[in-house]
Design a protein around this ligand. Structure first.
Ligand code: PEP
Length: 224
């Protein structure tokens, strides 16, 4: 997730080349999608957001169909920065998840609790995440298996994003286990995938993922 970086196309090409590997998804700002698509040989392309309608009077928005036409296979939805700065609600996010999945995009749904919630303990954080998932996935049900198999949940505790202070490996793993159980119980997903995001770098990744429960990382700052 490059967020709002870089500021030139030449830098975007350099960054894309540096991370072009299998099992990597690169999510640049929208205008760089065509350039990054042309540059990549191994990594997949994703967008940092997507709108919940395919067409209409929605100034500034980008639809799943447009993203697919420009080569994006993934869309991040519900990033905490968008929830905070753009006031995206769980209701908006649930619409985005529905439209994106129906259009055939793979969705990386971000969920995460605030510091205030986490201070009350892991169980309180798990209750928060369960409620958030319930709202964000309100259009999924156990019959929409084909759709939900295109869903990846990224557990991103807000207090760990961009702070240089990742979650403890055991607690991140416990949360991933919790989310997987919940996805299986609620939506009959046999093998849900959960990523961890929040200050992952090449220096700490091995330690964070040492518990084996987490399927990958959502990397912001270190992807630059
Ligand atoms: C993110 O952008 O979702 C993220 C986790 O950022 P960072 O890696 O910088 O904490």
């Amino acid at each position: 997730n490059w967020k709002l970086h870089p500021s030139s196309e030449a830098e975007a090409i350099k960054l894309a080349r540096a991370s072009d590997a299998k099992n990597v998804v690169i999510c640049p700002p929208f205008p760089y999608l065509p350039t990054v698509r042309k540059t990549l040989r191994h990594a997949a392309l994703g967008a940092q957001d997507v709108f919940w309608e395919e067409q209409g009077p929605y100034t500034g928005e980008v639809s799943p169909a447009i993203l697919k036409n420009f080569g994006a296979r993934y869309a991040i939805i519900g990033h905490s920065e968008r929830r905070a700065w753009l006031h995206e609600t769980d209701s908006m996010i649930s619409e985005k998840v529905r439209t994106a999945l129906m259009a055939g995009l793979r969705v990386v749904l971000c969920v995460g609790e605030s510091k205030e919630v986490r201070r009350k303990g892991l169980a309180a954080a798990q209750r928060f995440i369960a409620a958030q998932l319930k709202q964000d996935l309100k259009y999924l049900n156990s019959k929409s298996y084909a759709l939900s198999s295109k869903l990846v949940v990224a557990y991103e505790p807000i207090w760990a994003i961009g702070t240089g202070r990742p979650d403890k490996p055991e607690e991140a793993a416990a949360m991933a286990r919790f989310i997987k159980k919940l996805l299986t119980a609620r939506y009959a997903l046999p093998a849900p995938k959960v990523l961890y995001g929040g200050s992952v770098t090449s220096a700490n990744a091995r330690r964070i993922f040492s518990q084996g429960e987490i399927d990958g990382a959502l990397v912001g700052g270190a992807s630059l």
